[in-house]
Structures are given as structure tokens and as C-alpha cells.
Design a binder for this molecule. Sequence first.
Ligand code: ZN
Length: 245
Amino acid sequence: MKKEDTKFAVLGDIHGNIEALEAVLDDAAERNVNAYVCVGDIVGYNADPSACLEKIRAMDCIVVRGNHDHYCSHDESLDDFHPLAANVIDWTRHQLSDDQIEYLRNLKLSRMVSGFTLVHSTLDMPKKWGYVFDSLEAEANFNYQTTSVCFHGHTHVPVIYEKKGHVTRHEAQNITIALGKKYFINVGSVGQPRDGDPRASYVTYNLRTKEIEFCRVRYDIATTQAKIRKAGLPERLATRLEQGR
Ligand code: ZN
């Protein structure tokens, strides 16, 4: 396969939701995706961190480290975390094998792949895990972005920041990458969307046509919720899935 014939699926914030991940992979196969990358947070929040990790590792998928991947694989204080997230990080640590923890620990904070960049939060300070919610916050990232396209996640809200001179924020929509512009694209979340749409979110990127497509996929939310309850994880983690919040 020639490099330009590559059609990537860009996945992020899977967060231990195997039902959503499998639905997304089926959808991507139907769209003739032939390569996979991930902007991080494979684990955390939902009840199948280990299964999600194994699935991603078996796929030859380039992955960058998210904050949950980081805290689940480093013995660092969780004081800065929302108690809801801290509780699950502690639970998740106990679900992972030493080998899986080692894998997460060794993930890089940013990666360049086929002329585009991957990062979980922002390129200016990737280890600060800052959230980008507006054009001003995106501006700092662009100062460090050397490729025309950079994909990220972290907020669980799909959105496009486009820079030509100044930075403009666009709702998630299918676009074709234009010369002379830079794009900082949030792919949304596979496993815990927070834009009010409970369907799993990811994007495809066709290297030949330069088209970026935002995809939403229905999955079996009830099964994911049942597993969260069975594991004794906080009820809020189950209810938020059907609300997409
Ligand atoms: Zn996340």
C-alpha cells in the first residue's frame, strides 16, 4: 500500500469502553479505514480498561499518552483530580497487569505520523494536561505545531480550530485540508462523549484526498452501564453515558 492511499481512523478517549470501541472499529472497517492512531486515554472511567488496551495493542496502532494513561501507570498523587476520576484511576490500576502498566508508562506525549501530529491535550505543555475550550487556548498550541494537521482529545468534545493568521473555532464538520492553513482537531471521545450526543465519536483522515470526516456510532450503552454498576464504580459514570455529558 502506498502511503498516500492510507485512510486513518483517529480514535481518542476510549476510557475502557469496549462496546463503544468495537462499534467504532466495525464502522471504520465499513469506511475502508486501513490504519489506526490514538490520541490517548485508553483507560479510566469505564469497566473494561484491560480489554481496550489489548484490542489497541493488537492493532499496530500508534498511541500517545493521555492523563488517565499517565496516572494509571505512575504512582503519583491524584489530588488534582476530580474525586470521581481519582476513584476510577485507583480502581483501574488494580485491573491492569504489570506489562500493561509498563506499556502505558512508555507511551510518548506527542507523535508525528505520516506528516501529522498526535497529542492528548496540547503541544505547548503536553504534561500540564490543559483543556482547550476556545481559540485563545488553541493559539498557544499552534505556536508549537509544525505540521498542518494535529489531532487531539481530552475535552471529549469534537471541534476544529483553524489557523490562518488568527484562530477560528468551527463546529465539528467534514472538511478538506487546505494549503496554507493549520488545523488543531479534537476527535471527540469513543468511550465517554460530552457534547450532548451519546454516540461514540472519532474521525477519519484520508491522506490522498485530504478529507477529514467526523463519525458518530451507536453502541450498546446498556451493556457498558451494567458493567460499570457490576464493578461497583460510581453510578454517575453509568448515567452520563446515555446523556453524552
Ligand atoms: Zn479523557
